[in-house]
Design a protein around this ligand. Structure first.
Ligand SMILES: Nc1ncnc2c1ncn2[C@@H]1O[C@H](COP(=O)(O)OP(=O)(O)OP(=O)(O)O)[C@@H](O)[C@H]1O
Length: 328
């Protein structure tokens, strides 16, 4: 079953509707007894993106994913999935969630587990699910309880992909996989996302790995959103600048220094650009990993929500109105 506003599975790639949001959060917050796990978070994740969710331990990543899948109820604010309230039938049918725990029935065989997936999901794709299981040579007759941790993860992946979700949320799903299997499942992930236009939100501490698969980024720290936007727009908003002689920080004004950066022993800084740089040769944007490390190491740096990730942005509203006019 296709959904309004999506174009799916023609094998020629996917162009999400202009302005469509997979996730939109407004003033989202979650307070536990010990304090706020997430506070006043507002952003949108445009449909069709593969988005990395990054942050230090305890930053609020799992909480955000729990809120997006209605496993956790917000204390403040709201979150919508493709325009529907998190937890509504529509958002549940369109979302697959894979956690670190991967709860599966130990007594079920792999085949029975996939059959359950088929019976519970109207859009089930048996071929995709079996393909993922077969690629790891996991026997369909094996009981889940007898599988290794990595094999169980593979079955959980098969269930998630077999559901043919529009939004796939992965909470550090690959921590127990060997490097070759990680690579294989990452490749499956990006191929599936590109072919079917699936929006992916994946949390990971493996920054170098995210660089290969993500075109969008959310960085959380201490319960707040620090960076949000397209990888390219976030990288282009920053630069690595040499500081000749090693001193003179005023030379980097009007930019915001995020952190000192030493490239092959040359003193420099990673800055958020406050104005275009017109002199001094080409500007080097940081790699995604350099950018993420800088923000993780500099918790006091001001947050940056790029235009594409802002909610209530006038351009969004205009684009969405245009889209509505086209689809009416
Ligand atoms: N059920 C809960 N009860 C109380 N506090 C909680 C609960 N779940 C999470 N927290 C707290 O909320 C904060 C955010 O936790 P969360 O699990 O979202 O972080 P995370 O970014 O996913 O961390 P990690 O990278 O370690 O998995 C932490 O301080 C955590 O202790």
């Amino acid at each position: 079953m296709d959904h309004p506003g999506t174009h799916r599975g023609n094998g020629a790639g996917f162009a999400p509707p202009v302005g469509a949001s997979a996730i939109e959060a407004h003033g989202l917050g979650k307070q536990y007894r010990r304090g706020w796990a997430l506070r006043d978070v507002s952003f949108r994740l445009p449909a069709g993106r593969v988005c990395g969710l990054v942050g230090p331990n305890g930053a609020g990543k799992s909480t955000l994913m729990g809120l997006a899948t209605n496993m956790i109820r917000p204390t403040t604010g709201s979150l919508r999935v493709f325009g529907a309230a998190a937890g509504s039938t529509e958002s549940v049918l369109r979302t697959a969630f894979l956690t670190q725990e991967k709860p599966l029935f130990g007594r079920f065989t792999v085949a029975e587990t996939l059959r359950l997936g088929r019976e519970l999901n109207p859009r089930w794709d048996q071929e995709v699910a079996e393909g993922i299981v077969h690629a790891g040579r996991v026997p369909l007759k094996a009981r889940i309880g007898t599988l290794s941790g990595g094999q169980r993860t593979r079955v959980a992946f098969a269930l998630a992909f077999g559901k043919r979700p529009d939004l796939l949320i992965l909470d550090e799903p690959m921590s127990d996989l060997d490097p070759l299997v990680r690579r294989e499942l990452m490749a499956t992930l990006t191929a599936e996302a590109a072919e079917h236009g699936t929006t992916v939100l994946v949390s990971s501490h493996m920054l170098a790995e995210l660089e290969h698969i993500c075109d969008y980024l959310l960085v959380v720290a201490d319960g707040g959103l620090r960076l949000a936007g397209e990888v390219n727009e976030l990288r282009a908003a920053h630069a690595l600048l040499d500081i000749p002689g090693g001193g003179s920080l005023p030379a980097v004004a009007p930019h915001t220094v995020i952190e000192p950066h030493h490239d092959e022993g040359r003193p420099g800084v990673l800055v958020r650009l406050g104005a275009p740089i017109t002199s001094g040769g080409p500007v080097t944007p940081p790699t995604l990993e350099e950018l993420l490390l800088a923000y993780l190491r500099a918790p006091d740096a001001p947050s940056l929500i790029a235009p594409s990730a802002r909610v209530g942005d006038i351009h969004d509203i205009i684009a969405r109105d245009r889209q509505k006019a086209v689809t009416v």
